[in-house]
Design a protein around this ligand. Structure first.
Ligand SMILES: [Zn+2]
Length: 277
């Protein structure tokens, strides 16, 4: 996560195409998407707790007088879904595995966050974990207030329930955490051996701008370069696991990401390779 050097546009909305916006928040360097539809706003992800979601609702007034009528969660992680509770009477879309993932992980994650960030305990105490009430399997095309939006699950990667949002008319793709800019990808719930193929499929969809889950908006070249790094992690994992290395030794031997990231990636990969054996 970058500590300095944010562009001046950080706290404003960027318009990527006709009524298709994103806002890059300093907190967690998270991107929120917003799409102006005929009679309401569609937003992509809801931030990390209710107070942040309320701030988002205020911030949306800068781009639209419409209320939020639809939410799409790109995956179950807390920084993308724990603001859902502010959107109780709204259609919330997510991948079908987002619901069990939130059920398995939500309460334990909330408890961990309260311990890790005692200064924000009150914010996390308020969180009502609200799963999606509309689900997508491999893909769905839905017209939200006159705008055709595609939601695609391209395979397992950052999690088992990553959903990519494509706005064909403006050539914009919201990629969730399948790609992260300005910080290494997060492997905590990842499928490191499958992630490269999923991002290769993502690259095929990106013909214009791509908004990652975190960090600066980018283009296809960035996705291709992240795909190469993810492929390298998968290849090193297979080689080093076959050589009988421990996760720690494998991470210490280097790769395209910092050691702590590699340790997380190889830890996940070793458990998946062990299962396959
Ligand atoms: Zn995530």
């Amino acid at each position: 996560m970058p500590s300095a050097g944010y562009p001046g546009t950080l706290m404003t909305w960027s318009e990527h195409g006709n009524g298709v916006f994103s806002k890059r928040y300093q907190s967690l360097d998270l991107n929120i998407g917003a799409i102006e539809c005929e009679d309401g706003l569609l937003i992509i992800d809801t931030r990390a707790h209710h107070a942040q979601a309320r701030e988002l609702i205020e911030d949306l007034k800068a781009i639209s007088s419409h209320p939020v009528r639809w939410v799409i969660n790109t995956h179950h992680h807390w920084d993308h879904t724990f603001g859902n509770g502010e959107f109780e009477n709204v259609d919330i879309w997510g991948h079908e595995r987002c619901i069990p993932a939130l059920a398995d992980y939500g309460q334990a994650t909330l408890a961990r966050l309260k311990k890790m960030a005692p200064g924000q305990k009150a914010s996390f105490d308020e969180v009502l974990i609200l799963p999606p009430n509309h689900t997508v399997g491999d893909e769905a095309t839905v017209t939200f207030g006159g705008r055709r939006i595609e939601m695609r699950h391209l395979g397992r990667g950052h999690t088992n329930n990553d959903l990519v949002v494509v706005v064909p008319e403006t050539d914009v793709v919201f990629a969730g955490d399948l790609v992260e800019n300005d910080a290494p990808p997060s492997f905590g719930d990842a499928y490191p051996l499958e992630w490269p193929d999923t991002v290769a499929a993502l690259a095929e969809l990106v013909t214009g701008q791509v908004v990652p889950g975190h960090g600066r908006a980018a283009d296809r070249e960035f996705v291709v370069s992240q795909q190469a790094d993810l492929s390298s992690v998968a290849e090193l994992a297979r080689e080093r696991h076959a050589d009988g290395m421990t996760v720690e030794a494998a991470a210490a031997s280097g790769g395209p990401f910092p050691k702590a990231t590699l340790e997380e990636a190889f830890g996940r990969a070793w458990s998946h390779l062990g299962e396959a054996a």
